[in-house]
Design a protein around this ligand. Structure first.
Ligand code: ADP
Ligand code: ASP
Ligand code: MG
Length: 457
């Protein structure tokens, strides 16, 4: 059996839904189909929640637009005589959505639980429509409600998938007699029973969980580009698709901003060595990219990605020199506060530790660090920490980098010639990822300069 995931743009037009139906007919293997919400709908749901919390009644217009968008989509796809009260189902979802939005409006507060419920409606609606369409055009089709099967539990204040329970649920509930099973992406349930989700972009992860639980022969991620490119094609005009990358390379790229795969997706398929293909729903015959244990070593750097909205935090002071335990305290305290660190660097002088984190966590991190080291700050052995916003990370990724000397030198020279200032440079010890920190305004330029140097000469 194989698992196919179709992203938002792949389920938003009549043309691509027809493509989906045709793609599913290409094989006699059993298939699980995981779909996202119609494109932009998750953003609209979030916006409606934010407006309601801010006391802005126009959240109602957004929910009306969402309802109309789904009605129009149903009409474009399915004959009225075959709709089977699908619009009634959508109307029920919207009625529930409106009730949640109304309570947010009166409370003036968007809690985490309310957010989860709101955003879950996107995948509930799109998957019901696709399910109906496939029942009509692809025959023996079943439905698995991911919102009851994918189970999360809080780890460090955030909901994470409980894979053991989830895998058991999938194995228990999947009907191997159905040729096709539709299972919504993104949505899940907490151990306590309330609605949760797998994070923005999470439908890729849902698909990987189904694939790993059922030992699928393949996971196919169908999107709006023909594979993993040498760089984001929206930012680098000369980027081109790669034929293969290793799991490790896919992991590094997705962790460092390549949105084409949601980072948590890689782990479950890597553990089971399930090959994953990135394919284009708009050009179904394109080769796409194969992600597996293999990689091609013909080019040292496989791809370059960027992560924007990075804040740099410099933790410094004479108290750091030769003292053990200070770094440990810093990292445990950040972890207790749920602050994810993307990059850590320390110069050999040990006078400072520099951290790259998501800008949205910057104020919280600074406050927590200054509180934790209040005594040392007053003694003047640790300097008061401040955050500098508006940085970006440019990550060069490739398993072949370790065999080549002088790559970082080449990158430095090219960026220097383009007048781009490098704030820090970090290489992981396995040499699969070299990350350069630059100002956010320079990020796209840096990406193109490096792409020209390593791919277009
Ligand atoms: P979907 O809705 O199908 O999940 P996403 O928008 O999440 O699609 O991911 C696809 C997008 O990822 C592409 O349109 C592209 O702009 C972006 N992207 C970023 N980096 C890369 C890369 N290295 N290769 C391909 N696409 C990339
Ligand atoms: N609809 C969700 C999002 O936009 C999940 C996904 O598309 O993967 O983030
Ligand atoms: Mg995505």
């Amino acid at each position: 059996m194989k698992v196919l995931k179709f992203g938002g743009t792949s389920v938003s037009s009549v043309e691509t839904v027809k493509n989906i139906s045709a793609i599913l007919k290409r094989t006699t293997e059993k298939q699980i189909v995981v779909c996202s919400a119609l494109s932009k709908v998750t953003n609209m749901l979030t916006e409606a929640g934010d407006k309601a919390a801010a006391g802005d009644i126009s959240y109602r217009e957004i929910s009306a637009q969402i309802e109309k968008r789904h009605y129009d989509f149903i009409d474009a796809l399915i004959e009225p005589s075959q709709q089977n009260d699908l619009k009634g189902k959508i109307h029920n979802y919207i009625t529930r959505l409106d009730k949640v939005l109304e309570s947010i409006y009166f409370l003036n507060e968007l809690s985490e639980r309310a957010y989860y419920i709101i955003v879950s409606f996107g995948e509930r609606m799109s998957n019901d429509i696709i399910y109906r369409y496939l029942q009509i055009h692809n025959g023996n089709v079943d439905f698995l409600d991911s919102s009851q099967i994918i189970i999360t539990r809080p780890v460090g204040g955030k909901e994470h998938v409980n894979r053991t329970v989830t895998y058991e649920n999938i194995r228990k509930n999947w009907n191997p007699n159905a040729d096709i099973t539709v299972a919504p992406g993104f949505i899940s349930k907490s151990e306590k029973g309330y609605a949760t989700t797998l994070g923005r972009g999470g439908s890729d992860y849902t698909a990987a969980l189904y694939a790993a639980a059922l030992d699928a022969s393949m996971l196919e991620i169908w999107t709006d580009v023909s594979g993993i490119y040498t760089s984001d094609p929206r930012k680098v005009a000369k980027a081109y698709p790669l034929d293969k990358v290793s799991y490790r390379e896919a992991l590094e790229l997705s962790n460092f901003g390549a949105k084409v795969i949601y980072a948590p997706t890689v782990q479950p398929v890597m553990e089971k060595k399930i090959p994953m293909k990135i394919l284009n729903t708009f050009q179904p015959d394109d080769e796409g990219t194969l992600v597996s244990t293999e990689t091609s070593h013909d080019i040292p750097i496989k791809a370059i990605s960027t992560m924007e909205n990075i804040a740099m935090i410099t933790f410094s002071g004479t108290g750091l020199v030769g003292t053990t335990g200070i770094a440990g305290r810093l990292f445990s305290m950040l972890s207790r506060n749920n602050i994810n660190i993307t990059i850590i660097c320390q110069a050999s002088s040990e006078m400072s530790i520099c951290l790259a984190i998501d800008s949205k966590d910057a104020d919280k991190a600074v406050k927590a660090i200054n509180e934790e080291f209040d005594f040392e700050i007053r003694k003047d052995t640790v300097n008061k920490t401040v955050a500098e916003n508006d940085y970006a990370i440019v990550a060069m990724v490739g398993e072949g980098m370790k065999n080549y000397a002088g790559l970082t030198g080449k990158a430095f020279t090219a960026l220097g010639n383009a007048n781009i200032n490098i704030h820090a440079i970090v290489q992981d010890s396995t040499e699969v990822n070299v990350s350069i920190i630059v100002k956010k305004v320079d990020a796209t330029n840096a990406l193109n300069v490096l792409h020209d140097v390593f791919f277009n000469n």
